[in-house]
Design a protein around this ligand. Structure first.
Ligand code: TYD
Length: 135
Protein backbone atom coordinates (compact mmCIF):
# COMPACT_ATOMS: atom_id res chain seq x y z
CA UNK A 1 0.00 0.00 0.00
CA UNK A 2 2.78 2.47 0.82
CA UNK A 3 4.12 1.92 -2.70
CA UNK A 4 1.13 3.98 -3.86
CA UNK A 5 2.30 6.93 -1.77
CA UNK A 6 4.10 9.42 -3.96
CA UNK A 7 5.49 12.89 -4.14
CA UNK A 8 3.89 14.99 -6.84
CA UNK A 9 6.04 17.65 -8.41
CA UNK A 10 3.79 20.68 -8.75
CA UNK A 11 4.74 22.83 -11.71
CA UNK A 12 6.45 26.03 -10.58
CA UNK A 13 6.63 29.20 -12.60
CA UNK A 14 9.47 31.39 -11.39
CA UNK A 15 9.03 34.97 -12.45
CA UNK A 16 11.83 36.09 -14.81
CA UNK A 17 11.83 39.55 -13.20
CA UNK A 18 12.36 38.20 -9.68
CA UNK A 19 8.74 38.62 -8.56
CA UNK A 20 8.63 35.22 -6.91
CA UNK A 21 7.08 31.89 -7.77
CA UNK A 22 3.68 30.58 -8.76
CA UNK A 23 2.63 26.95 -8.58
CA UNK A 24 -0.45 25.51 -10.20
CA UNK A 25 -2.30 22.20 -10.00
CA UNK A 26 -4.27 21.57 -13.14
CA UNK A 27 -6.81 18.88 -13.65
CA UNK A 28 -4.73 15.80 -14.44
CA UNK A 29 -1.97 16.17 -11.86
CA UNK A 30 -3.97 14.36 -9.16
CA UNK A 31 -5.54 10.92 -9.76
CA UNK A 32 -8.93 12.21 -8.54
CA UNK A 33 -11.03 15.31 -8.81
CA UNK A 34 -10.85 17.64 -5.83
CA UNK A 35 -14.10 17.72 -3.86
CA UNK A 36 -12.85 19.58 -0.80
CA UNK A 37 -9.98 21.80 0.30
CA UNK A 38 -8.97 22.46 3.88
CA UNK A 39 -5.85 23.67 5.63
CA UNK A 40 -4.16 23.36 8.99
CA UNK A 41 -2.38 26.32 10.56
CA UNK A 42 -1.43 27.70 14.00
CA UNK A 43 -0.43 24.15 14.95
CA UNK A 44 1.80 24.10 18.06
CA UNK A 45 5.13 22.35 17.38
CA UNK A 46 4.39 19.67 19.98
CA UNK A 47 0.95 18.81 18.56
CA UNK A 48 0.01 15.81 16.43
CA UNK A 49 -2.66 16.16 13.74
CA UNK A 50 -4.15 13.31 11.77
CA UNK A 51 -4.00 10.14 13.82
CA UNK A 52 -6.47 8.37 11.59
CA UNK A 53 -6.91 6.56 8.27
CA UNK A 54 -9.56 6.78 5.60
CA UNK A 55 -11.40 3.86 4.06
CA UNK A 56 -11.87 5.48 0.64
CA UNK A 57 -10.70 9.07 0.70
CA UNK A 58 -7.48 10.05 -1.06
CA UNK A 59 -5.69 13.29 -0.40
CA UNK A 60 -2.74 15.40 -1.33
CA UNK A 61 -0.90 17.39 1.34
CA UNK A 62 1.21 20.45 0.52
CA UNK A 63 3.35 22.48 2.92
CA UNK A 64 2.28 25.88 1.64
CA UNK A 65 4.49 27.46 4.26
CA UNK A 66 6.99 26.09 6.78
CA UNK A 67 7.43 22.38 7.35
CA UNK A 68 6.04 19.32 9.08
CA UNK A 69 6.60 15.58 9.07
CA UNK A 70 4.01 13.12 7.81
CA UNK A 71 4.19 9.65 9.33
CA UNK A 72 2.53 7.04 7.11
CA UNK A 73 1.70 3.48 8.12
CA UNK A 74 -0.02 0.72 6.13
CA UNK A 75 -0.15 -1.69 9.07
CA UNK A 76 3.12 -3.33 7.99
CA UNK A 77 5.53 -0.53 7.32
CA UNK A 78 5.94 2.98 8.74
CA UNK A 79 7.70 5.82 6.91
CA UNK A 80 8.27 9.50 7.64
CA UNK A 81 8.23 12.20 4.98
CA UNK A 82 9.29 15.79 5.56
CA UNK A 83 7.19 18.29 3.64
CA UNK A 84 8.82 21.68 3.37
CA UNK A 85 8.21 22.93 -0.18
CA UNK A 86 5.08 24.50 -1.67
CA UNK A 87 5.88 22.85 -5.03
CA UNK A 88 5.76 19.29 -3.67
CA UNK A 89 2.56 17.41 -2.89
CA UNK A 90 2.32 14.19 -0.90
CA UNK A 91 -0.29 11.87 -2.36
CA UNK A 92 -1.81 9.62 0.31
CA UNK A 93 -3.99 6.79 -1.04
CA UNK A 94 -6.91 5.35 0.89
CA UNK A 95 -6.24 2.85 3.68
CA UNK A 96 -3.14 4.53 5.09
CA UNK A 97 -2.75 5.64 8.70
CA UNK A 98 -1.26 9.15 8.92
CA UNK A 99 0.06 11.41 11.64
CA UNK A 100 1.35 14.93 11.10
CA UNK A 101 4.00 16.01 13.59
CA UNK A 102 6.72 18.59 14.21
CA UNK A 103 5.03 21.58 12.64
CA UNK A 104 7.39 24.51 12.28
CA UNK A 105 6.28 27.97 13.36
CA UNK A 106 3.94 29.41 10.74
CA UNK A 107 3.49 26.09 8.92
CA UNK A 108 0.41 25.78 6.72
CA UNK A 109 -0.69 22.33 5.50
CA UNK A 110 -3.01 22.45 2.51
CA UNK A 111 -5.12 19.35 1.93
CA UNK A 112 -6.74 18.60 -1.43
CA UNK A 113 -9.27 15.86 -0.90
CA UNK A 114 -11.17 13.43 -3.11
CA UNK A 115 -14.42 13.44 -1.12
CA UNK A 116 -16.72 15.58 0.93
CA UNK A 117 -16.42 15.37 4.70
CA UNK A 118 -17.80 12.05 5.95
CA UNK A 119 -17.06 10.89 9.48
CA UNK A 120 -18.02 7.33 8.43
CA UNK A 121 -14.98 7.22 6.16
CA UNK A 122 -12.61 7.77 9.11
CA UNK A 123 -10.87 5.04 11.09
CA UNK A 124 -9.82 6.85 14.23
CA UNK A 125 -8.45 4.00 16.37
CA UNK A 126 -5.18 2.35 15.35
CA UNK A 127 -6.45 -1.08 16.47
CA UNK A 128 -9.51 -0.67 14.24
CA UNK A 129 -7.17 0.27 11.39
CA UNK A 130 -5.19 -2.97 11.83
CA UNK A 131 -8.47 -4.93 11.85
CA UNK A 132 -9.60 -3.07 8.69
CA UNK A 133 -6.31 -3.94 6.94
CA UNK A 134 -6.74 -7.64 7.72
CA UNK A 135 -10.17 -7.83 6.11
P1 TYD B 1 -9.78 15.91 11.84
O1 TYD B 1 -9.92 15.36 10.48
O2 TYD B 1 -9.85 14.94 12.99
O3 TYD B 1 -8.41 16.72 11.96
P2 TYD B 1 -6.90 16.24 11.88
O4 TYD B 1 -6.93 14.82 11.46
O5 TYD B 1 -6.27 17.13 10.89
O6 TYD B 1 -6.28 16.41 13.20
O7 TYD B 1 -10.83 17.06 12.03
C1 TYD B 1 -10.83 17.89 13.17
C2 TYD B 1 -12.27 18.36 13.39
O8 TYD B 1 -12.72 19.14 12.29
C3 TYD B 1 -13.24 17.20 13.54
O9 TYD B 1 -14.18 17.58 14.55
C4 TYD B 1 -13.94 17.13 12.22
C5 TYD B 1 -13.87 18.56 11.70
N1 TYD B 1 -13.76 18.63 10.25
C6 TYD B 1 -14.84 19.09 9.51
O10 TYD B 1 -15.90 19.43 10.05
N2 TYD B 1 -14.72 19.19 8.16
C7 TYD B 1 -13.58 18.82 7.51
O11 TYD B 1 -13.51 18.91 6.26
C8 TYD B 1 -12.48 18.33 8.29
C9 TYD B 1 -11.20 17.91 7.62
C10 TYD B 1 -12.62 18.25 9.65
Amino acid sequence: MLEKVRIIEIPKITDPDGRGSLSVLEKNILPYSIKRVYYLYDVPSNSTRGGHAHKELQQCLIALSGSFIVVLDDGKERIEILLNRPDKGLLIPSGVWRELIEFSAGAVCLSLVSAEYDEDDYIREYEDFITFKKK
